[in-house]
Design a protein around this ligand. Structure first.
Ligand code: TRP
Length: 334
């Protein structure tokens, strides 16, 4: 069976670049797999977030965001990492297989080291926990951004080593790197990214979003001059939200000479058209944390059924099978 799994870190404001570049493609991708698991990596977030109220809010923001954008929790197992205790036991076992040198070479750890940051043990063992997230569910495909590719490769290396030691127990995952042509420009023309402080938050109220759109950098061409679409961030963003007909129409307005203020208004309008219904859904979902808990808990229950079977197989393979384990579990172990 082809199984896709990915973890999403609750790390703050979701912006238009995340929405178009990650959320929408991931939701599309889930439809292609017999089984898909998307989870909120709340335990991973602890390596960097130390404010409990903030972390709590970010977890629910994220859950509501993915559901509002169309993640179907009936089809895709949607859960919190922290609700799956099997992950943490598997992480320990994998940690006993993973060579230290493999973790020493992890880019994220090396970058933190180079930056002179205070590094907690969680930062260092981060890839082992991530390997457990992945390997616990017989994952075959892990859709991630470029920055996470090495982590998935580490998971695969650890699974291979485990299998060499203990037999054919773990499925080997492959990273699937998101479409890199989907670069969403930010307010200053660079790729939209929190680290450039050039983002348009996905759930900004219409008026705030309009204000941000008005700040997008343009050249100094006069209103009546014909304008180039390819080099215009406004046009590039417009195209990502508009229908092909709307895009063709704006292209004609560019050729005929459109003022930058009018182009920005067109962009703010088309964004609002597409995002207003999503925002309404988001706000309704976000207002009811208990309901979000129920959705995530249901996902966790379904995920744990798989997790328990894998962990039983792993425990048996390494020689710590629980004496009381059911016959069925022992069977899957052999
Ligand atoms: N490390 C990922 C990130 O920072 C989040 C993550 C945690 C993840 N566990 C995972 C991604 C397992 C894919 C599979 O974005």
């Amino acid at each position: 069976m082809k199984v896709s799994l990915t973890g999403i870190k609750p790390s703050g404001t979701v912006h238009i670049g995340n929405y178009l570049g990650a959320i929408v493609p991931a939701i599309e991708l889930a439809r292609r797999f017999e089984r898909s698991l998307y989870f909120i990596a709340d335990e991973h977030a602890l390596t960097s977030v130390e404010d409990p109220a903030k972390l709590h809010a970010q977890i629910y923001d994220l859950a509501a965001t993915w559901l509002a954008c169309g993640l179907d929790p009936e089809r895709t197992f949607f859960y919190r990492q922290s609700a799956i205790p099997e992950v943490f036991e598997l992480a320990w076992i994998l940690g006993c297989v993973a060579p230290k040198g493999l973790l020493d070479r992890a880019h994220a750890y090396k970058a933190a080291l180079a930056a002179g940051e205070a590094i907690n043990v969680g930062v260092y063992t981060y890839p082992v926990l991530m390997a457990a997230d992945i390997l616990l569910f017989d994952t075959t495909v892990v859709p991630v951004g470029k920055d996470q590719k090495q982590h998935v490769e580490i998971a695969r290396d650890v699974a291979e080593k485990f299998n060499r030691l203990y037999g054919d127990v773990l499925a080997l995952p492959e990273p699937e790197i998101g479409d890199q042509s989907m670069t969403v420009p930010g307010l200053d023309g660079r790729k939209m990214s929190k680290s450039y402080d050039n983002v348009i938050p996905l759930w900004a109220p219409a008026a705030q979003r309009r204000k941000l759109v008005m700040r997008i950098k343009t050249n100094s061409q006069a209103p009546a001059e014909p304008k180039d679409t390819e080099s215009s961030e406004i046009f590039q963003l417009y195209r990502l939200f508009a229908t092909p007909q709307q895009t063709a129409q704006l292209e004609r307005r560019y050729a005929a000479g459109i003022g930058w203020a009018d182009a920005k208004t067109a962009l703010a309008d088309v964004m609002e058209e597409r995002l207003a219904p999503l925002r309404a859904r988001y706000e309704a979902l976000r207002a009811d944390e208990a309901a979000l808990d129920r959705v995530l808990e249901q996902g966790a229950q379904r995920a744990r059924a798989i997790a328990r079977a894998t962990l039983a197989r792993v425990r048996a393979a390494v020689g710590i099978a629980t004496p009381g384990a059911s016959a069925a579990q022992r069977e899957t172990a052999t």
